[in-house]
Design a protein around this ligand. Structure first.
Ligand code: SF4
Length: 714
C-alpha cells in the first residue's frame, strides 16, 4: 500500500489527508500529520472519504461515460468523447453566432481546483467574449470578498489559523463553527485549554453547539447583525476603548461612522437586537479591552441581502480598536468551500479578473488582455449566479454549462431555477456524480474526475495553497475538469475564433498553474515564488509568496498599510437593513438554515454513507417547544412549511436552542428525502423550495439564511 498526500474536498479549512491506495483502489484515509491546517486531525466527513470511493459506491453513483439526451425527459445514452465535445462545441458556437456571447452562461464551483477554474475563466472571458461565468462560491463567500474590499482594499483574509492560539477574545459571529468547521473548533478548544483567560463570544440567533460552549452567547434577532456591531462600537467609543492613534494613522472615514453609531446607544441596540444591555456592555468590554481580539465569521453574515454591510460593519470594529495585523487579532472570514479562495484568485466570477484584478479598471483589463494575448477582455460585468438563472428562466440565456455543482438543489427559489433549466435550449452538466438533481435536466453529461483522482492546487481559508494529488486513475471515462474545458475550448475556438485556439495549449495542470502564478506578479496575492516543485519540497504555503521570498506571509497589514489608493483602510458607514423577507401575519415564522455536522452541501458524496446518518438520520424542522405546543403538535408530528415560493412537508422537532417565532432547517436534504411543491404543484427539492432569491446589491450573494414561512399541522 502507498500513501499519497492530498486535501479533503469538503470545507474551506483545507485539511491535509493521506490517501492509502494500491494504485488502482483507495483503501483508506487519515489526517496528514504534516499539514499545517489540521496536523493529522480529520472530522467525520474527512475520515470517511475513502468509503465514498469504494467500488460499489462508484458503480452506483459515478458518471462513467459522456451521455447525451436526444429529447428532454428521455433517458440519456452513452456517446464517445469526440462526439460529445463536437456536439457541445457545435451547439455553443451556433448560440454564440445567433444570439451573441451573452446568451451563454457558465456556472462553476468552489470545489474545482485552481487550475480548472483558470481555464474556465479564460475560456469565457478570453474566447467567448463575455463575463457570464459565475460560481457557487457566490452563495458562499462573495459578501466576505466585497466586505474586505470595501474596508481593507483587497480580498485578502488577514489572519491565520495560528492566530487562534494568540487571541484573548474570540468573537464568533454568524458561524456554527463546531459543526461547519469542526477541525477549527478543535483548534480553538486547544487554544482555550492553553490560554484559560481566552473568552469566547458567540453571536447567533440559535443556541448552537458553538454557542453552548461560549462564555457569552448573544442570541440576536435574525438580521440584526449591523445593529449589534454599531451598538458595540457605540459602547467602545463611550468606554474609551477605541484606538485613536490607530484610527488617525491608518484609516479614513471614522467621523461619519462615529456620528452614525451615536444612534445606537445600549437601550436602542437592545431593542433592535433583542439582547440584554448588560450582555452588550460585556461584549464591548471583552472586545475592546482584550490585548488581541479575533473575529471568526461565515455564512450567517455572508448569506444575506445585506451581507456586504454586515461584513464591513464587523471589520469596522477591528479598525476602530486597532485589532488587526497583530498576533491573535483581526477579522477572519472562514471559507465554506474547499477552493472558494482559489476561484477568487483566478478571477473566476462574473465581476472579477485574474489575480484580484477589477473588471471596472481599464488598466487591469488591459493587463489581462496582454497576459492572454487577446485584443481586449469584455467590460460589462457578467450575470452573477441568481441573475444567470433568472435570465435563463426569462429566455435571455440560451445555454448553461454547469460544472461540479448542483443548482437544481442548492440555489434559492427552486421554482425559478427549474424554470431556467427547462427553458434553456442547451444544458451541459459536467459532473463526477450521475445522481445529482441537476443531471436530470442535462442535454449533455460530461463525466469528470473527483477526489482521489484529481491533480492541482487549492487555497484554504488562511490563504494556504496545497497540492491536490491523484492516488488512482479516473473512474471509467472521466476526465479532469481542466482537460475537458481545454478540449472543448479548442473545438469551440475552431468554430468561432480559430486564432484563439492557441490560448489553450495546456497539457498538464502544472502548465496552467505556471501561467496563473505569472499573472499574479506584483499583485497583492503574488505567488510567483510558488512552483509545484517548491510546494512539493516545502509543503503547503500561504500567499503572498513572490519570487525570492523565503516563505509566505501568515499575517497581513502588520505595518498598518492597506492596499488602497492612500494606503489607509476605510471605515464603512453602513445603515442596518431589514430582512429581505420579514415575518408577517401570513408567514409568521423566521426560517433559519444551516449545516449539519456530518453532511456536506447537497449530500451527493456524504449522503452515500450510512454511518454519516448516525448523527442526523432524517430531515426535521426545529421549533421552540412553545411554538410546538401553540400549534398543537407533538415532537415528530408532520407539518407543512410554506413560503411564498413553495412548500414542503416534514416532521417537526422541539429544540430548546430556538426562541419562539424561529424555525431551523438544515440545507442538505435533497430530493430523495425532502421533496416539496411550488404553487402549481410542480415538484421541488429541499429547503430551497422555500428560500428567497433576494440578494445583496453589492456582493449579489443571496439571502439563503432566512425566509418567512408559515407552519401548520398536516
Ligand atoms: Fe477538515 Fe473540513 Fe474536511 Fe472535516 S470537512 S476533514 S474539517 S476539511
Amino acid at each position: 500500500m502507498t500513501e499519497t498526500p492530498s486535501t479533503c474536498p469538503y470545507c474551506g479549512i483545507g485539511c491535509g489527508v493521506l490517501i492509502e491506495h494500491d494504485g488502482q483502489r483507495i483503501t483508506g484515509v487519515r489526517g496528514d500529520p504534516d499539514h499545517p491546517a489540521n496536523a493529522g486531525r480529520l472530522c467525520t466527513k474527512g475520515a470517511t472519504l475513502h468509503l465514498t470511493a469504494a467500488d460499489s459506491v462508484q458503480r452506483q453513483t459515478r458518471l462513467l461515460a459522456p451521455m447525451q439526451r436526444t429529447r428532454r425527459g428521455n433517458a440519456p445514452h452513452t456517446v464517445d468523447w469526440d462526439s460529445a465535445l463536437d456536439n457541445a462545441a457545435e451547439r455553443l458556437a451556433a448560440i454564440h453566432q445567433r444570439d451573441g456571447a451573452d446568451a451563454i452562461g457558465v456556472y462553476v464551483s468552489g470545489q474545482l481546483l485552481t487550475e480548472d477554474y483558470y481555464v474556465f475563466n479564460k475560456l469565457v472571458k478570453g474566447l467567448l467574449g463575455t463575463n457570464h461565468i459565475d460560481t457557487n462560491s457566490r452563495l458562499c463567500m462573495s459578501s466576505a470578498v466585497a466586505g474586505y474590499k470595501a474596508t481593507l482594499g483587497a480580498d485578502a483574509p488577514p489572519c491565520s489559523y495560528e492566530d487562534f492560539a494568540h487571541a484573548d477574545t474570540v468573537f464568533i459571529t454568524g458561524s456554527n463553527l463546531a459543526w461547519a468547521h469542526p477541525i477549527l473548533m478543535r483548534r480553538l478548544e486547544d487554544a482555550r485549554r492553553a490560554r484559560p483567560q481566552q473568552k469566547w463570544i458567540v453571536a447567533d440567533p440559535r443556541r448552537t453547539e458553538t454557542a453552548a460552549l461560549a462564555d457569552l452567547h448573544l442570541a440576536l434577532k435574525p438580521g440584526s447583525d449591523v445593529a449589534l456591531y454599531h451598538g458595540l462600537l457605540h459602547l467602545l467609543l463611550a468606554q474609551g476603548l477605541t484606538d485613536a492613534a490607530y484610527i488617525a494613522a491608518h484609516t479614513t472615514g471614522f467621523e461619519a461612522l462615529a456620528e452614525r453609531v451615536r444612534a445606537f446607544p445600549p437601550a436602542e441596540t437592545a431593542r433592535l437586537t433583542g439582547l440584554a444591555e448588560a450582555d452588550l456592555r460585556t461584549a464591548a468590554r471583552w472586545f475592546g479591552e482584550s490585548p488581541a481580539t479575533l473575529s471568526l465569521y461565515c455564512q450567517g453574515l455572508n448569506q444575506s441581502a445585506s451581507g456586504t454591510d454586515k461584513n464591513a460593519a464587523l471589520i469596522n470594529l477591528h479598525l476602530a480598536t486597532g485589532q488587526i495585523g497583530r498576533p491573535g487579532a483581526g477579522p477572519f472570514s472562514l471559507t465554506g468551500q474547499p477552493n472558494a479562495m482559489g476561484g477568487r484568485e483566478v478571477g473566476g466570477l462574473a465581476n472579477l479578473l485574474s489575480a484580484h484584478r477589477d473588471l471596472a479598471n481599464p488598466a487591469h483589463r488591459a493587463e489581462v488582455a496582454r497576459l492572454w494575448g487577446v485584443p481586449s477582455v469584455p467590460t460589462t460585468p457578467g450575470r452573477t449566479a441568481m441573475e444567470m438563472f433568472q435570465a435563463a428562466a426569462d429566455g435571455a440565456v440560451k445555454a448553461l454549462w454547469i460544472v461540479c455543482t448542483n443548482p437544481a438543489q442548492s440555489l434559492p427559489d427552486q421554482a425559478m431555477v427549474r424554470r431556467a433549466l427547462e427553458r434553456a435550449e442547451f444544458v451541459i452538466v459536467q459532473e463526477a456524480f450521475a445522481t445529482t438533481a441537476t443531471c436530470a435536466y442535462a442535454d449533455l453529461l460530461l463525466p469528470a474526475t473527483t477526489w482521489g483522482e484529481k491533480n492541482g492546487t487549492v487555497t484554504n481559508s488562511e490563504r494556504r495553497i496545497s497540492r491536490v494529488r491523484p492516488a488512482v486513475p479516473p473512474a471509467g471515462q472521466a476526465r479532469h475538469d481542466w482537460a475537458i474545458a481545454t478540449d472543448l475550448a479548442r473545438r469551440l475556438a475552431a468554430r468561432i475564433a480559430p486564432e484563439r485556439i492557441a490560448l489553450f495549449p495546456y497539457t498538464t495542470p502544472e502548465s496552467i498553474w505556471n501561467e496563473h502564478r505569472d499573472s499574479t506578479r506584483g499583485r497583492d496575492l503574488d505567488i510567483t515564488g510558488l512552483s509545484y516543485a517548491r510546494l512539493e519540497a516545502q509543503g503547503p504555503q500561504q500567499w503572498p509568496c513572490p519570487e525570492g521570498a523565503a516563505a509566505g506571509r501568515s499575517r497581513l497589514y502588520a505595518d498598518g498599510v492597506f492596499p488602497t489608493a492612500d494606503g489607509r483602510a476605510r471605515f464603512a458607514d453602513v445603515a442596518p437593513s431589514p430582512l429581505a423577507e420579514a415575518p408577517d401575519a401570513e408567514y409568521p415564522f423566521s426560517l433559519l438554515t444551516g449545516r449539519l455536522r456530518d453532511q456536506w452541501h447537497g449530500m451527493s458524496r456524504t449522503g452515500l454513507l450510512g454511518r454519516l446518518y448516525g448523527h442526523e438520520g432524517l430531515p426535521a424542522i426545529d421549533l421552540a417547544p412553545a411554538d410546538l405546543a401553540r400549534l398543537g403538535l407533538q415532537d415528530g408530528d408532520l407539518v407543512r412549511v410554506a413560503s411564498r415560493r413553495g412548500a414542503i412537508v416534514l416532521p417537526a422537532r422541539a429544540s430548546e436552542g430556538l426562541p419562539p417565532g424561529q424555525a431551523f432547517l438544515p440545507m442538505h436534504w435533497g430530493q430523495e428525502v425532502l421533496s416539496g411543491q411550488d404553487a402549481q404543484g410542480q415538484p421541488l427539492t429541499g429547503v430551497n423550495a422555500l428560500t428567497t432569491p433576494a440578494f445583496c446589491p453589492t456582493s449579489k450573494q443571496p439571502e439563503l439564511k432566512h425566509a418567512a414561512v408559515a407552519i401548520a399541522p398536516v
